[in-house]
Design a binder for this molecule. Structure first.
Ligand SMILES: [Zn+2]
Length: 118
């Protein structure tokens, strides 16, 4: 995949554009990345700001993916604990019946299932 320019990107009103366009600029390289014109609504500035935030948004997405992997691994470790044979050593419930409400392993199982889409 081709890399996007790293940013930051900024917005500026295009004074030559009679359609109320907003330009998105690569602030480092100093060139126009896009012209945003919404001539049906008054959303050009908001749309341009959203697009201009793309490099920071992508960086935050990547950071959160890494954090998510760490948390999922911690949840997998937690869910794997507590089994001392027939009873959970955290909530004293029979493992055949499942963990008691309030058991951290039960909460971990639910969070892991939600995160993994189960
Ligand atoms: Zn338990």
């Amino acid at each position: 995949m081709t890399q996007h320019t790293p940013g930051p990107w900024t917005t500026a009103k295009d004074h030559a554009d009679t359609r109320e366009g907003i330009q998105i600029w690569d602030s480092v390289e100093g060139y126009i990345i896009a012209d945003v014109v919404d001539d049906q609504h008054d959303n050009s500035a908001a749309n341009a700001a959203l697009i201009a935030a793309a490099p920071e948004t992508a960086a935050e997405r990547d950071r959160l993916r890494q954090v998510n992997e760490v948390m999922l691994e911690a949840l997998r470790d937690l869910v794997g604990q507590g089994d001392n044979g027939n009873y959970c050593d955290r909530c004293d419930s029979s493992l055949a019946e499942g963990h008691a409400e309030g058991c951290p392993i039960r909460a971990g199982e639910a969070a892991l299932a939600a995160a993994e889409g189960e």
